[in-house]
Ligand binder design. Structure first.
Ligand code: HEC
Length: 207
């Protein structure tokens, strides 16, 4: 049976049972929906079907209804994600802020029309205010304007900021922020550049 027929059959069974909740509960809609995606969608270039059908442990736990997600589950996610962070091999956290601004502005990448392995953007402005010059920004995330000026550039701040960009869920389970380093969206060099955008005293962020 094709996935869509399975769904139809399940719905007909549910209707036939005239509202009997147990029949609906017995149907594993999650499995049926996954079957549908695997059957009807095809990978092309970097846009693979696995990106939507295969969840790692953090994604599985984050798919639990928020009210059912316990503090213990959140702590488990954060501890496991913290272990994934790779700090810069040469100990240098900061690249060029001018390049970081380009990464923050760029919302392209990982689409079916992109070449596999082509550099991606970070799309940071979609969720954050960053420089004053860019007036088009989203506000799902906090404003990062004057980030370095307000926080300084101690080792602890450099390490935290790197870790947050590399894997946001290490600090906030089920964060809306993409796990840029962990998921290979941004390279180490690109993360250094966005770090400089936030931290460098010469960056427009800190003017
Ligand atoms: C889809 C939305 C989204 C995108 C895209 C995004 N972020 Fe975030 N970011 C958030 C949210 C939400 C938070 C608040 C904390 C949390 O929930 O993780 C956050 C927090 C942060 C923080 C910590 C701020 C603090 O006060 O400690 C930094 C630094 C940061 N983001 C940098 C970036 C950079 C750099 C990029 C681009 C490479 C980026 N973010 C892209 C949503 C996003």
């Amino acid at each position: 049976m094709t996935p869509i027929r399975k769904i139809a059959a399940a719905l007909i069974a549910a209707v036939a049972a005239a509202g009997c909740a147990s029949v609906v509960a017995e149907t594993d809609y999650h499995a049926v929906a996954l079957d549908l995606l695997k059957h009807d969608f095809h990978s092309k270039g970097p846009a693979t079907v696995e990106r939507v059908t295969v969840q790692d442990e953090a994604q599985q736990l984050c798919s639990v209804y928020p009210k059912q997600r316990t503090d213990e589950m959140n702590a488990r996610i954060e501890a496991a994600q913290m272990k994934t962070i790779k700090y810069p091999a040469d100990g240098q956290y900061l690249g060029k802020w001018q390049e970081g601004e380009k990464v923050a502005q760029n919302g392209r990448g990982m689409q079916s029309s992109d070449a596999v392995g082509a550099p991606n953007g970070g799309n940071c402005y979609a969720c954050h205010q960053i420089t004053k010059q860019e007036i088009s920004f989203g506000n799902i995330g906090p404003s990062l304007y004057q980030y370095g000026k307000l926080r300084g550039n101690s080792d602890a701040i450099l390490k935290y900021t790197w870790g947050k960009i590399y894997n946001a869920q290490a600090y906030s389970a089920c964060s809306n922020m993409p796990r840029f380093g962990h998921n290979g969206v941004l390279t180490e060099a690109q993360i250094k550049d966005v770090m400089a955008l936030l931290m460098d005293p010469a960056s427009p962020v800190n003017k």
